[in-house]
Design a protein around this ligand. Structure first.
Ligand SMILES: *Cc1c(COP(=O)(O)O)cnc(C)c1O
Length: 400
């Protein structure tokens, strides 16, 4: 999965370009920077790679979600629908925008179940955030058909699916915008960082201004603050060193995906020998970014037994049912309504007595799927000796 595995001289050279100018800020310093605009170049190249017009770099994938929600006008009183299997950042951003997250079931794509989405739309729903978890697509076309019928914008959380395609088209390009993360464990990394991509010029302009205190970057290109600010913003600016690393990593993205596909195929062949095993529904195998290998056992008991043998033999898989980062029933701070705010916000609106309650049992269909799911992260570099060790472990598990 992670671009950090192949961090090398290309990244160092890009960083050196920035250090040579001494300009770490993405705007201004026109003379001193000698034409070096790494973040701006990274935005253009990333958008171009995905096949859209605009990219807006930000400080993280969480910030990308927040900026997208802000640019779409989401705020207090609104509901935003996402899935109960995602990283906590997806719903943190919704709360941070002042809105309330509503969670759908997943299906065997491990992503949003469109039928459940339809049931959860209300007249308060102001955005839908399907997540392309573990490197493979949600049923994005069906989700967009439903969203369009209700005239609700779709933000694709593509943090885990850089380089992934559906029918030749990059994830993140189907909705009104797509958000990416380049944190240290993502498919490509800038250490910390994120990006929003879109074809919508007005939306991009709002994101560009919002992420930099409301400053405009169009009136005064390459710089900022031609002023005439239209609205208040915040600071989510990416710095030049991150942009530099992003350029080098983006150039390696196709290679990363190709290596992962090879390694995933080898692991999948071995896992297929486990009695009763089935695989995650991947909507387009050709476009799989192959970041993870996800497989199901017939029930939770069997999944745990298989994983016990895998672990004993040095090749334990991730059991997301126990994972406190990615799965609704394990988010104790959400379920307990824990917050630093004295008012109880966001679980209790200041204005109303209404308490927003999250119940770990509301997603039974997701639980049925997650409880029998095992997942391997697929490395970019998989030495022959490690692959052999994993195959031996998997063969032992296949005998139980
Ligand atoms: C990593 C991740 C994020 C957040 O990205 P950061 O850059 O770590 O803030 C958001 N959504 C999903 C699905 C992620 O995996």
């Amino acid at each position: 999965m992670p671009g950090f595995e192949i961090f090398g001289k290309e990244e160092k050279q890009e960083i050196q370009d920035v250090l040579d100018t001494g300009v770490l800020f993405r705007y201004e310093f026109a003379e001193q920077r000698k034409g070096v605009f790494k973040v701006l170049s990274f935005e253009k190249e990333f958008a171009g790679y995905c096949g859209v017009k605009y990219g807006q770099a930000v400080t993280s994938g969480t910030a990308a979600l927040k900026v997208a929600l802000a640019a779409l006008g989401v705020g207090p009183g609104d509901e935003v629908i996402t899935q109960g299997f995602t990283f906590v950042a997806t719903w943190e951003a919704i709360f941070d925008a002042g809105a309330v997250p509503v969670f759908t079931e997943i299906d065997e794509t491990l992503n949003m179940d469109p039928a459940d989405l339809e049931k959860k739309i209300t007249d308060r729903t102001k955005a839908i955030i399907p997540v392309h978890m573990l490197g493979a697509p949600a049923r994005i076309e069906e989700i967009i058909t439903i969203a369009d019928r209700h005239n609700i914008p779709v933000i694709e959380d593509t943090a885990q699916a850089a380089g992934c395609r559906l029918k030749g088209r990059h994830m993140g390009t189907f909705g009104r915008c797509g958000t990416f993360s380049f944190d240290s464990v993502k498919t490509m990394t800038t250490g910390e960082g994120g990006m929003i991509i879109t074809d919508d010029r007005n939306l991009w302009q709002n994101m560009s201004e919002y992420h930099d205190h409301g400053h405009d970057h169009v009136v005064n290109p390459g710089g900022r603050g031609g002023e005439g600010r239209s609205f208040i913003g915040f600071n989510y600016r990416m710095m030049e060193i991150q942009g530099a690393i992003g350029l080098a990593q983006l150039a390696k993205l196709d290679y990363i995906v190709a290596e992962q596909r090879k390694n995933k195929a080898a692991l999948k062949e071995a896992v297929a020998g486990i009695r009763g095993v089935t695989f995650r529904n991947i909507l387009d195998e050709e476009g799989d970014s192959a970041t993870f290998l996800a497989f199901f056992l017939p029930d939770a008991e069997k999944a745990l037994a298989v994983n016990r043998v895998l672990k004993e033999n040095g090749a334990g898989a991730i059991y997301f049912s126990d994972n406190t980062w990615h799965y609704y029933p394990k988010w104790e701070h959400l379920i307990n309504g824990s917050t630093l705010a004295r008012s109880g916000w966001p679980f209790r609106d200041d204005g109303s007595k209404r308490k927003v309650v999250y119940d770990p049992k509301v997603l039974p269909a997701s639980a049925e799927i997650i409880d029998r799911l095992l997942v391997y992260q697929v490395p970019v570099i998989l030495p022959e000796s490690r692959l052999e060790q994993m195959i031996v472990a998997i063969k032992k598990a296949a005998e139980i």
